[in-house]
Design a protein around this ligand. Structure first.
Ligand code: PRX
Length: 650
C-alpha cells in the first residue's frame, strides 16, 4: 500500500478522452459536468426529479427528499416497480427483441435472452414465488451460480415486493446460516451446483447444512444447472423448472412505495458479525440508472460486460439493476477468469464484441502476471470504455489496462463506491474528465464528498484524512437491518450529520480524490471486504486455538493477503497438519476467500499491559519483517522479537 501512495504522490501522467469519444458522450465537457454538479448539490430536488422522470412511476412523489439525519426518504409518496422499469418498460417501448443477457457458462454453453424472453421468465418466476407462499416484504435468500436465473430471481423478488438477500456462492454453509438467522428469510433460491474452474460447487448441499435446525425457511427452490445429485426434502424443496411449468408466463406487477425495502446485502465490518445493509426501491433505482447512463455512457448499441458476481454489490447495481434500467445488452459469464486459461475474458470480449468492460484491479494484476501473449492473440478493438472497482488501482496496472486492453483509446473510469452507497460515488465521466492512473477523480452528481481531519476541518490539498459524504444521496443505505444503533454508530457518529465511509483519502490540487484504503480493521482481499474480527472469530472457534490476531499484508495480486497469528491451547502441539486444518476451518466457517495465506503459531500475542493486542506492530511486522515504533506500552517485548524471528524465517 505504501508503495502505491508514493507512486500516487508523484503521478503526473494525465489522459484526456479523444475528441471523437467526447463528441458522442452524454457529458462532453468539464463545463457541462460542473454546471450539472453545481445544480445537483445546490438544488438536489430539481436535479433528481428530472432524472427520476425518465423512468416509470405509477404515482408521482410529493417530495423528492425528506432528510432527518441520519434517515433519508427519497421520492416520498412515489410508487413504482423497479422490475417493470428493468424489464417490461423495454418491451412496451419496442425493445422486446433486443438481447438483454448474452450468457456464457463456464463449460462453454451459451444462451441469449431478449428483453421479451426475460420478461416471460421473470413473470413466471414471480408467479412461482407467489405460488410458494412468498409475499411482499418477506426476505428471500439467494445462493446461486452466475446464470441468468440469478438476475431473474432478483427481479422476480423485486416484482412482488419481496426483499432479496444474496449470499455469494463462494461463502460457506455457516455464512448462509448466520445470514438466515439475521434476516429470517422464508425461502431460499439455489441451484444443484455451479461450475468453477472445471469443478462443481455443491450449492444445494451447503444450503442443506445451513438449514439444519432452521425454523423460518418454508421453501427451497432449486435450479437445475450442473445435474449433480442433490437431496430434495419433501414438502420443503421444489425444482425451479417443475414449478415454472405450472404457472403462466404473464404476471401483473403492482407498484410499491419508493421506500419499500428492495434488498439486504451483508458486508463485513469491524466486528465479527457482518452487517445487513438495507437498500430501498426508488432512490436506488434512480442512482443505479443515472450512474450507468453517465459514467458508463450506455447507449443502445453497446455490449456491456461487468465481470463481478451477483453476490456482491457490484453485481446488484451493475449487472442486474443499472444496466437493465438502461435497457442495454450485457454479457454474463458464469465461471473463473482463468478457465481454461487467462485468455477466457479476452475470448469473450472478441466473440461478443464487448464495448464497455468493467472489472477489478486484482483481476488486471492477475492478467498482467499471466503474460501479454494471452491478450495479444485476441481482437479487442470493439472496446470503447473500461472501468475498475473494488480497491485502489496501482498505476502500473492502470497503465497496462489502458495500453494493452484499451489500446490507448478507451477512457478508464476508476469508480469508488461501497455496498453502503449502493451506486458509484466518485468517478471520471468518460467524455470529459482528465484521467490519471490511480485516482477515482471527481464526485458524481449529487455526491458532496470531502476529506476531513479528526477535528472536522476540511484537509488541505494533498493532506490525508477521512472520506465523508456531507449530503444524503438517493441510493444511500437506509439502515443496518435490525440494528439502527449500529447504523448510527458506524456511519454517522464521527461528524454530525455526515456519512463516514471508513476510507482514508486525499485530494490533489485539481480536486481529484485518491483513495488510500480502509481506516478500520477491514481488509480488502481481491477487492472483497473481509473483517479481521470475522476471521479471528472463525479461528478461535477451532478447538485447538486459544487466541488469534489477523492483519493484512500487501500482496501483488490480491492487494492484501490475510495473515493470522494464532496461539494454541495448552497442551496442543503445532504441526503442518494442524496448520492446514486451521486454514480449512476458516474456509468452512466463512468461505475460501477468508482462508489465511499465512498462519504463524505463537506462544503469545503482543499485548499492551491492559491486554489489548497491538495490531499496529503486527501490521508493520508482516509488511516489513520488523516491528519498530513505540513499544513502551507493550507487556513483553520478547513476544515481538520472537514473532520477528518467525516472520523473517518464512
Ligand atoms: O475501501 C474502498 C474499496 O472498497 C470498499 C467498499 O467495499 P465493498 O462494499 O465490498 O464494495 C466494493 C465494490 C463497490 C471501499 O470502502 N474501494 C471500492 N472501490 C474503490 C475502492 N478503493 C479505491 N478505489 C476504488 N475505485
Amino acid at each position: 500500500m505504501s508503495k502505491n501512495i508514493e507512486s500516487h504522490l508523484s503521478e503526473d501522467r494525465e489522459f484526456k478522452p479523444s475528441k471523437e469519444f467526447s463528441k458522442k458522450a452524454r457529458i462532453s465537457s468539464m463545463a457541462q459536468y460542473k454546471r450539472m454538479y453545481k445544480e445537483s448539490i445546490e438544488k438536489p430536488a430539481t436535479f433528481w426529479a428530472r432524472e427520476a422522470k425518465e423512468l416509470q412511476w405509477s404515482k408521482q412523489w410529493t417530495k423528492v427528499l425528506d432528510w432527518k439525519a441520519p434517515y433519508a426518504k427519497w421520492f416520498v409518496g412515489g410508487k413504482t416497480n423497479i422490475c417493470v422499469n428493468c424489464v417490461d418498460r423495454h418491451v412496451e417501448e419496442g425493445r422486446g427483441t433486443k438481447a438483454a443477457i448474452i450468457w456464457e457458462g463456464e463449460p462453454g454453453d451459451k444462451r441469449t435472452l431478449t428483453y421479451q424472453q426475460l420478461q416471460r421468465e421473470v413473470c413466471r418466476f414471480a408467479n412461482v414465488l407467489q405460488a410458494n407462499g412468498v409475499k411482499s416484504k418477506d426476505r428471500v435468500l439467494i445462493y446461486m451460480p452466475m446464470t441468468p436465473e440469478a438476475s431473474i430471481a432478483m427481479l422476480a423478488c423485486a416484482r412482488i415486493g419481496a426483499v432479496h438477500s444474496i449470499v455469494f456462492g463462494g461463502f460457506s454453509a455457516e455464512s448462509i446460516k448466520d445470514r438466515l438467522e439475521d434476516s429470517k428469510a422464508v425461502a431460499v433460491i439455489t441451484a444443484d451446483g455451479g461450475w468453477r474452474r472445471g469443478g462443481v460447487i455443491d450449492l444445494k448441499a451447503n444450503v442443506d447444512d445451513a438449514l439444519k435446525g432452521d425454523k423460518t425457511v418454508k421453501k427451497v427452490i432449486v435450479l437445475k444447472r450442473t445435474e449433480n445429485e442433490v437431496k430434495m426434502k419433501r414438502g420443503r424443496d421444489v425444482w425451479w423448472h417443475e414449478e415454472a411449468a405450472k404457472v403462466p408466463a404473464t404476471h401483473k406487477a403492482r407498484a410499491f412505495d419508493s421506500e419499500h425495502p428492495l434488498f439486504i446485502l451483508y458486508t463485513s465490518g469491524s466486528t465479527g458479525k457482518p452487517k445487513g445493509i438495507l437498500h430501498t426501491t426508488g432512490g436506488y433505482m434512480i442512482s443505479t440508472y443515472t450512474t450507468c447512463k453517465y459514467i458508463f455512457d450506455m447507449r443502445d448499441d453497446d455490449v456491456y460486460w461487468c465481470t463481478a458476481d451477483v453476490g456482491w454489490i457490484t453485481g446488484h447495481s451493475y449487472i442486474t439493476y443499472g444496466p437493465m434500467l438502461n435497457g442495454v445488452t450485457q454479457v454474463m459469464y458464469e465461471g473463473a477468469p482463468n478457465f481454461p486459461d487467462f485468455s477466457r475474458f479476452w475470448q469473450i470480449v472478441e466473440e461478443y464484441g464487448v464495448t464497455i468492460f468493467y472489472t477489478a484491479p486484482t483481476a488486471i494484476r492477475a492478467f498482467i502476471k499471466a503474460g501479454d501473449e494471452l491478450v495479444e492473440k485476441h481482437d479487442l478493438s470493439s472496446l470503447r470504455l473500461l472501468g475498475t472497482v473494488g480497491e485502489p488501482i496501482n498505476p502500473e496496472a492502470w497503465m497496462w489496462y489502458y495500453d494493452k486492453i484499451g489500446g490507448g483509446r478507451c477512457p478508464i473510469v476508476d469508480t469508488w463506491w461501497q455496498t453502503e452507497t449502493g451506486a458509484i460515488m466518485l468517478s471520471p465521466l468518460p467524455g470529459c474528465t482528465p484521467i490519471k492512473p490511480g485516482t477515482a477523480t471527481l464526485p458524481f452528481f449529487g455526491v458532496d464528498a470531502a476529506i476531513l481531519d479528526e477535528t472536522g476541518q476540511e484537509c488541505k490539498a494533498n493532506e490525508g484524512g477521512r472520506l465523508v459524504i456531507r449530503q444524503p444521496w438517493p441510493s444511500m443505505l437506509r439502515t443496518i437491518y435490525g440494528d439502527k444503533k449500529r447504523y448510527k454508530d458506524t456511519y454517522w457518529s464521527d461528524y454530525s450529520g455526515m456519512y463516514t465511509a471508513g476510507d482514508g483519502a486525499r485530494r490533489d490540487k485539481k480536486g481529484n480524490f485518491w483513495i488510500v484504503g480502509r481506516l478500520d480493521d477491514v481488509l480488502n482481499v481481491s477487492g472483497h471486504r473481509l473483517g479481521t474480527a470475522e476471521v479471528e472469530s472463525a479461528l478461535v472457534s477451532h478447538k485447538a486455538v486459544a487466541e488469534a490476531a489477523v492483519v493484512g499484508r500487501p500482496h501483488d495480486i490480491k492487494g492484501q493477503a490475510v495473515v493470522a497469528f494464532v496461539s494454541l491451547r495448552a497442551g496442543v502441539e503445532s504441526s503442518d497438519a494442524l496448520l492446514k486444518e486451521v486454514r480449512d476451518h476458516v474456509g468452512k466457517i466463512i468461505g475460501a476467500i477468508a482462508k489465511p495465506d499465512d498462519v504463524y503459531f505463537t506462544q503469545a500475542l503482543p499485548k499492551t499491559r491492559s491486554g489489548k493486542i497491538m495490531r499496529r506492530l503486527l501490521k508493520e511486522l508482516v509488511a516489513t519483517g520488523k516491528a519498530t515504533g513505540n513499544m513502551t506500552t507493550l507487556e513483553d517485548i520478547n513476544v515481538v522479537r520472537n514473532l520477528e524471528a518467525l516472520v523473517q524465517k518464512k
